[in-house]
Design a protein around this ligand. Structure first.
Ligand SMILES: *[C@@H]1O[C@H](CO)[C@@H](O)[C@H](O)[C@H]1NC(C)=O
Ligand SMILES: *[C@@H]1O[C@H](CO)[C@@H](O)[C@H](O)[C@H]1NC(C)=O
Ligand SMILES: *[C@@H]1O[C@H](CO)[C@@H](O)[C@H](O)[C@H]1NC(C)=O
Ligand SMILES: *[C@@H]1O[C@H](CO)[C@@H](O)[C@H](O)[C@H]1NC(C)=O
Ligand SMILES: *[C@@H]1O[C@H](CO)[C@@H](O)[C@H](O)[C@H]1NC(C)=O
Length: 446
């Protein structure tokens, strides 16, 4: 994303938040509230399950102007109801007969009516018959189902996010559990059903987060290894064979934070401070031209100079594919290699040209090269000896030293950026190398 924006990874330490809020808002305590739900206890219309520190509440609600009823979790103390999780998002309950309880199999079950004939939603985990479960809403906003005897969490709402990431919630893959935690937008402000927009990890090549419209990428966060950009938010990034995720924390919570994929297709980070008294936009994406995935097509860079300038430029050794469109400031066609018919970049004296300070291209078709011996020269050698390698970068991997990342297909979605900057070495033919060499030396002579 662009300079003005932070990483996709959010946010926590909810425990600290409630200290502040609990002092102010004690009057909101509901009479029908409870802290945990035990076997055969129920949550009906008007009942609330409230987290210990009074931060979050679970109950039935109707979104926007809808009269449909949903089981959800919201901030208990914020006057404008802000729902962070919905159980039955695609299966609304009509009327006020909804009925949640833990059944004899230890699962949370939501029925349309107390006759228990129409199951709307269930946690659907297998719990040893012999054990009982208890549901608790934590101050992080996580609803957990705990086995009583072993205190083991058998299910948690953080594993089934809806449209919001809260601090402490992981977004990404858990290959051991076979889960992929990602956000999907609501359909509209009145309908929490699964909408078109999602933010999820693409683990191919080197992992990246994408905001999608259906299956089409709208915008892309910088590829792994991720860096934390925002001073106040701390992010944890994990990329190991079992798990790839990011999780954020708010160090000393004086505010609430949430990341949302909204129904208009925007990814937003919002904060709430007592002194603001409302949700404030910390950043959103996409916003600027270069935020849109592949805005300048293949083999080109996108730079936001100012609103009047055309930000697309071909990589060294490339020229606009459609010069006419390009001259009309439509860069979407991208660029193609110069001298395609007459020159070769395969064993014909080709080399690499450095393009500085960029967010590296889409890494889904990139490959890591043996990291143990990689140094800059080694990365170049590795890329050069495979004619399908179009570019490489030398990347510092936290805790592991340097690595070479090689691209084997089109180079797409390269943006100039000071913060996430890397250098990209682009494969060019001998002619281009020679021209650049001459240019450099001429300029030195002037
Ligand atoms: C829950 O209700 C079922 C059915 O009425 C009953 O068999 C079971 O003993 C109850 N469990 C507890 C822990 O009360
Ligand atoms: C519960 O899970 C099983 C197996 O994972 C699945 O076949 C079944 O449809 C699920 N039931 C509900 C109500 O989601
Ligand atoms: C149920 O738990 C008790 C106590 O842990 C144990 O002695 C008993 O064997 C268990 N029964 C079954 C059917 O698992
Ligand atoms: C999402 O995709 C649909 C169908 O291609 C399109 O009509 C809509 O404008 C897109 N919305 C956004 C925000 O990209
Ligand atoms: C070049 O790299 C591609 C992609 O990694 C690979 O499929 C191909 O086998 C390599 N070719 C050679 C000659 O090593």
């Amino acid at each position: 994303m662009s300079k003005s924006q932070g990483p996709v990874c959010l946010i926590m330490e909810a425990e600290k938040l409630f200290l502040l809020f609990s002092l102010i808002m004690l009057q909101f305590l509901s009479c029908t509230s409870q802290e945990s739900l035990k076997t055969n206890q129920t949550i009906k219309e008007g009942d609330l399950l409230i987290s210990k520190g009074n931060i979050f509440a679970l109950g039935f609600f109707s979104p926007g102007s809808s009269t449909n009823r949903y089981l959800g979790i919201w901030y208990h103390k914020i006057p404008e109801q802000t729902v962070v999780w919905v159980a039955n998002r695609n299966d609304p309950i009509i009327g006020s007969s909804g009925f949640l309880f833990i059944n004899q199999f230890g699962n949370l079950v939501l029925y349309r009516k107390d006759d228990q004939k129409l199951l709307v939603w269930s946690t659907n985990v297998s719990v040893e018959e012999n054990d009982t479960c208890e549901a608790q809403l934590l101050d992080s906003g996580n609803l957990i189902l705990v086995r009583k005897r072993s205190r083991k969490i058998v299910w948690q709402s953080f594993d089934y996010p809806t449209n919001i990431q809260l601090p402490g919630m992981k977004l990404g893959l858990d290959r051991k559990l076979g889960t992929d935690r990602f956000l999907t937008s609501w359909r509209s402000a009145d309908d929490p059903g699964i909408g078109d927009f999602s933010i999820r990890i693409n683990p191919n090549g080197s992992p990246q987060f994408f905001l999608y419209n259906g299956t089409k990428p709208i915008t892309r966060a910088p590829p792994w290894p991720w860096r934390s950009q925002m001073g106040t938010f701390k992010s944890v990034f994990v990329n190991d064979p079992d798990e790839i995720y990011c999780q954020s924390t708010v160090p000393d919570g004086y505010y609430l934070v949430r990341l949302i994929v909204d129904h208009s297709g925007l990814l937003k980070m919002l904060t709430w401070r007592e002194s603001d008294g409302r949700w404030k936009e910390y950043w959103k994406s996409p916003q600027l031209q270069c935020d849109y995935y592949g805005y300048c097509g293949a083999y080109s860079t996108c730079e936001l100079a100012n609103y009047n300038a055309f930000g697309c430029a071909c990589l060294p050794g490339f020229e606009p594919k459609n010069p006419m469109e390009w001259s009309l400031r439509d860069g979407s066609g991208g660029c193609v290699r110069k001298r395609l018919q007459t020159s070769s970049v395969c064993d014909h004296g080709e080399g690499f040209v450095k393009v500085e300070n960029v967010i590296l291209p889409d890494t889904s078709a990139a490959a890591w090269v043996d990291m143990s011996k990689s140094r800059a020269e080694y990365c170049e050698l590795e890329c050069k000896r495979n004619c399908s390698c179009s570019a490489y970068a030398v990347i510092v991997i936290p805790g592991k030293g340097d690595g070479c990342l090689n691209w084997h297909k089109e180079l797409v979605d390269i943006k100039y950026d000071r913060i996430e900057s890397h250098d990209l070495y682009v494969r060019v033919d001998a002619y281009e190398l020679g021209t650049l060499f001459l240019l450099r030396n001429n300029f030195k002579g002037l």
